[in-house]
Design a binder for this molecule. Structure first.
Ligand SMILES: [Zn+2]
Length: 109
C-alpha cells in the first residue's frame, strides 16, 4: 500500500462540516474574472479565443477549501470536444501533466 493516492473516506452520517467537492470546485465570478484578466481573453495554452472555459487544473476533490484563480486556467473548449485544450487537460496524460505544471508555475509566482 502506498500512502500516495487513494484515501477512502467514510461519508459523515450527520451534518457535514467540510464543503463538498462540488462546493470546493465552484468557480466564483471573482475567480473567473481574474482568470479571464490573466489570460487576456485567450486560451492560456494555445492562444485561441474560441469557446474559452475556466478549466480546473486539478481534480475538484483535490482542492483544499475553495477554488482560487491559481487552480484554474482559461482554456479553449468545450471540454467534450476532442482537440480543444480543455478536453486535452481533462482526458489525456500529457494534458494532465501540463495542468499540474501550469498550476505549479502559478503558485510559484
Ligand atoms: Zn487552447
Amino acid at each position: 500500500m502506498s500512502t500516495f493516492g487513494f484515501h477512502p473516506v467514510k461519508k459523515p452520517k450527520h451534518k457535514r462540516n467540510k464543503p463538498t467537492a462540488k462546493e470546493r470546485g465552484a468557480i466564483s465570478n471573482e475567480v473567473y474574472n481574474a482568470a479571464m484578466e490573466r489570460s487576456g481573453g485567450r486560451c492560456e495554452r494555445c492562444g485561441s479565443i474560441k469557446g474559452l472555459q475556466c478549466a480546473h487544473l486539478i481534480r475538484r476533490w483535490q482542492i483544499d477549501g475553495k477554488t482560487t484563480v491559481k487552480d484554474v486556467a482559461m482554456l479553449c473548449g468545450p471540454s467534450v470536444n476532442t482537440g480543444t485544450c480543455h478536453n486535452w487537460i481533462d482526458y489525456t496524460k500529457d494534458g494532465k501533466q501540463w495542468a499540474v505544471d501550469f498550476r505549479d508555475q502559478l503558485y510559484e509566482k
